[in-house]
Unconditional design. Structure first.
Lengths: 650, 170
């Protein structure tokens, strides 16, 4: 019955005893020069005559074995050939982006960070040939100063529990065989061969899995609504339009393990009785698009998709569509409009897409991460899935940890982990603008991007889950965690999000279209010193009106960053409005520039650069700024080599 | 009519002249011309038998579509949250100043550079990020960004001079 399986088993992975050098080829490491490191490994291993199988897993893929005839002419190299073939491969994102390029040596379990092409020779000589560790390339724990040998001892990894991200960084994302060798597609097979659609939906409902895209809607309930529809045509859409600025979880999963997403999609299709599926990927993620397309092609060739899935006689097709750069298309009904070739504008619900979605047919839309979790629910069972997380939010969640934090990157922790654990322990603490950890520069964490809110020092003990965050006026959103330090102005931060939602508003609802514009203008008044005592009241009033008067999630949540900043950082707003002063010193219009006479050397550079001749003073003596003439452009601050111009956030 | 529409015709055929495929069609057209020329939009509209307003509406709705020609080098500074809090705006300002561009004038007259912002590239671990065509530059500063531009300018100048010299030899 499942004869097709024979064509996809039999992993072509190097044996366990063989050594592997894995170069991370996620977007972050590539930008830091991972390809050059990879090329250096290839060239130098070849030059040293070491028997090596090189697989390039980033752009295209090829394998080669060294020309054996040539090898005979050379003296036998002291090679690791004793352990069999050495494989040098590239992987998907390993999460620790800022320390890239990352190089892992298996089975030794050594993780080298910030590897340059010049370091490759030493790694080959010491580690590959003589089983020694290159200490200087190891990660140094800033808290203790100790050298960490591998992921098991680095606090960033040690405190995580990776399920969705487990295979990202250890398998070749473009190899179906490798995915299968880790137990891949057994859940999809189980769903097709051993379970009825009812049983699948029941299992997912029992797991308590909630949508990871932002809303946290129970996935089982969504599926059940579509399953009971009587229709010959149903659709499943994978929402991979990760538009939330500051979040890149879905990109990493698609680049690092695209088949896990596809497997979840196949299970979802089976559960509701769909024959057509579609992955809607953000166009800003070219590598994710490429890898998803490759995964679909390979899965189709192997009979996991196509006319006869798992030999069951059922047909299932999958298409990958690129978005075109509209944040609102992350909303279900807007995404459907976009797939139908229209402007991506939402429509009122009900009817819900599960009743009438794409082309008027029952449709479910699930986030990338939700689908990856589904695989685990079906494979290990609902009870196992519930072992982690909280009763209301079971399982794990990926977060993109960024901003002013020592370790930025992609993490996965169980729901219920505290904010403090994530920021202080996994993130390694908050840094100031110069990048130093001083221990007292934490100000806030912006969670949930333009739909979320900020959390303060008082929330460091807060459990990260859907319900407790809602309780404090924030939301988990898709999982972007942006840490900001004391040098950040919270009013300017709220303005940043307001500008984003205002630009991305589709224009359908008046209160979203015009209201966000007016809110932005009011925030500009605050930042530029025009605000009066009424401004903040008006801002709050308008924010509530926008929440009520908008159709979709974009408008309903657009005022959240402003409202939450007003709630937790009211004193900063008051300082801008009442005292015309920005406590962080970021708002240029409120700056009161002056020259620190103890620092000024009288070099005259600022006086020469000043466009309005507001700076005067004798050579080699402290200068001064005339506040009447000064236009607060900040050029003097930029050019001063002695950091003597104060009032610009310093 | 001066423009050749063969490439557009092929794209339309590949998508079976279906109006529902408008977005992939426009993406393919933009891939061909680097932007969406107005006469091509009109041609697509009549070929799909939909009003030109619908095609124009879709083309203007999505940020990815460009209605004006872009420079040879498209410089995009990321203004996602992570990049923003790590001071991406001074980088944008420095690049614009270097090239004499502004928020409204995005492309240099010689069609060499286009400067724009992007909401998030998903490389937040490297913030602030700048991208020139497909090359990603992480952990940028205004000075480093200007240096990247200068290097491209020097390369282009050398290529132009090389062409002149080669022409002279002939």
């Amino acid at each position: 019955m499942i004869s097709q399986e024979a064509t996809v088993v039999g992993p072509r992975r190097p044996s366990v005893s063989a050594r592997r050098v894995i170069v991370c080829a996620g977007t972050g490491c590539v930008a830091n020069g991972a390809y050059k490191v990879f090329d250096a490994f290839r060239a130098q291993l070849q030059a040293a005559g070491i028997d090596v199988a090189v697989e390039l897993q980033g752009e295209g893929k090829f394998s080669f074995a060294l020309d054996r005839e040539k090898l005979h002419d050379q003296p036998p190299a002291p090679s690791p050939a004793a352990t069999g073939i050495l494989a040098v491969t590239k992987s998907g994102c390993q999460g620790f982006c800022q320390m890239g390029p990352l190089v892992t040596v298996l089975p030794d379990g050594i993780l080298y960070n910030k590897v340059r092409p010049g370091d490759v020779e030493e790694i080959i000589r010491c580690t590959l040939q003589n089983h020694q560790t290159v200490e200087r390339l190891l990660y140094v724990d800033p808290a203790t100063g100790t050298h960490c040998h591998g992921t098991a001892t680095i606090p960033f990894y040690e405190r995580q529990q990776r399920f969705v991200l487990k295979e990202c960084g250890t398998i070749d994302p473009e190899s179906l065989a490798e995915y299968i060798s880790t137990g891949g597609y057994t859940a999809a097979r189980k769903a097709f061969v051993e379970m009825t659609p009812e049983q699948i939906v029941q299992e997912v409902a029992a797991s308590g899995l909630r949508g990871r895209g932002g809303g946290g809607f129970p996935t089982g309930r969504k599926w059940e609504a579509a399953r009971v529809q009587k229709n010959d045509q149903k659709y499943v859409i994978c929402n991979a339009d990760e538009g939330d600025p500051g979040a890149f979880m879905n990109r990493s999963v698609m680049e690092g393990n695209p088949h896990s997403v596809l497997e979840g999609l196949i299970i979802a299709a089976r559960a509701i009785g769909a024959t057509e599926t579609l992955v809607y990927v953000r166009t800003e993620y070219p590598l994710a698009v490429k890898r998803m397309r490759q995964a679909v092609t390979d899965a189709t060739a192997a009979g996991l998709l196509g006319k006869n899935v798992f030999g069951s006689g059922a047909a299932l097709h999958c298409e990958v569509m690129e978005g075109a750069g509209a944040f609102v298309c992350g909303e279900e009904t807007a995404m459907i409009a976009s797939i139908e070739g229209q402007r991506g504008m939402p429509r009122p619900k009900p009817p819900f897409p599960a009743q009438s979605g794409l082309w008027g047919k029952p449709t479910i839309i699930n986030n990338v991460e939700t689908l990856a979790h589904v695989v685990r629910v079906i494979r290990d069972g609902a009870a196992n899935f519930r072992k982690l997380g909280t009763p209301g939010s079971p399982g794990t969640k990926t977060f993109a940890l960024t901003g002013h934090v020592a370790n930025t990157g992609l993490i996965e922790v169980p729901f219920g982990t505290t904010l403090g654990e994530v920021v202080m322990n996994i993130g390694g603490g908050v840094t100031n603008d110069a990048g130093a950890r001083t221990g007292e520069c934490f100000k806030a964490v912006q969670i949930g991007g333009p739909s979320g809110g900020c959390l303060t020092e008082a929330h460091l003990g807060l459990s990260l889950d859907f319900d407790s965050l809602r309780g404090v006026g924030a939301m988990i959103g898709s999982g972007g965690l942006v840490v900001v330090n004391k040098q950040t102005c919270m009013v300017a931060m709220a303005r940043f999000f307001m500008e984003f939602t205002q630009r991305e508003s589709c224009g359908k609802c008046v209160l979203c279209r015009e209201g966000t514009k007016q809110m932005l203008a009011l925030l500009d008044d605050v930042i530029e010193g025009r605000a009066t005592a009424d401004t903040l009241q008006l801002l709050e009033h308008l924010a509530k009106a926008v929440q009520i008067g908008s159709l979709c999630g974009l408008g309903k949540t657009a005022p959240n960053p402003v409202l939450s900043a007003l709630r937790h950082f009211r004193h900063e707003y008051d300082a801008h409005v009442l005292h015309k002063c920005c406590p962080a010193g970021r708002c240029k219009a409120l700056a009161k520039p002056e020259i620190d006479p103890t620092k000024c050397r009288g070099c005259t550079l600022c006086a020469r650069k000043c466009a309005v001749n507001a700076i005067s003073g004798e050579k080699k003596k402290p200068h001064r700024i005339d506040p009447e003439k000064c236009i607060k452009c900040g050029v003097c601050h930029e050019v001063c080599k002695f950091d003597a111009v104060m009032g610009f956030g310093n | 009519m001066g423009r050749q529409f063969q490439a557009v015709c092929k794209t339309l055929e590949r998508h079976h002249h279906q109006a529902s495929q408008l977005i992939p069609i426009l993406q393919a057209v933009q891939g061909e011309y680097s932007y969406l020329p107005q006469d091509v939009l009109n041609y697509v509209a009549s070929a799909l038998d939909v009003p030109a307003a619908r095609v124009f509406g879709v083309a203007t709705f999505y940020a990815h579509f460009a209605l004006e020609a872009k420079g040879k080098y498209v410089v995009r500074t990321c203004d996602g949250t992570a990049c923003h809090v790590k001071q991406s705006i001074p980088i944008l300002e420095a690049v614009r100043k270097k090239l004499g561009l502004s928020e409204t004038v995005k492309t240099t007259p010689n069609l060499l550079f286009t400067v724009e912002t992007v909401a998030c590239l998903g490389a937040c671990g490297l913030a602030p990020v700048m991208v020139v065509n497909d090359e990603v530059y992480g952990q940028m500063t205004p000075a480093a960004a200007v240096q990247v531009i200068e290097e491209i300018q020097a390369k282009e100048l050398a290529a132009a001079q090389g062409a002149v010299i080669a022409g002279g030899v002939q």
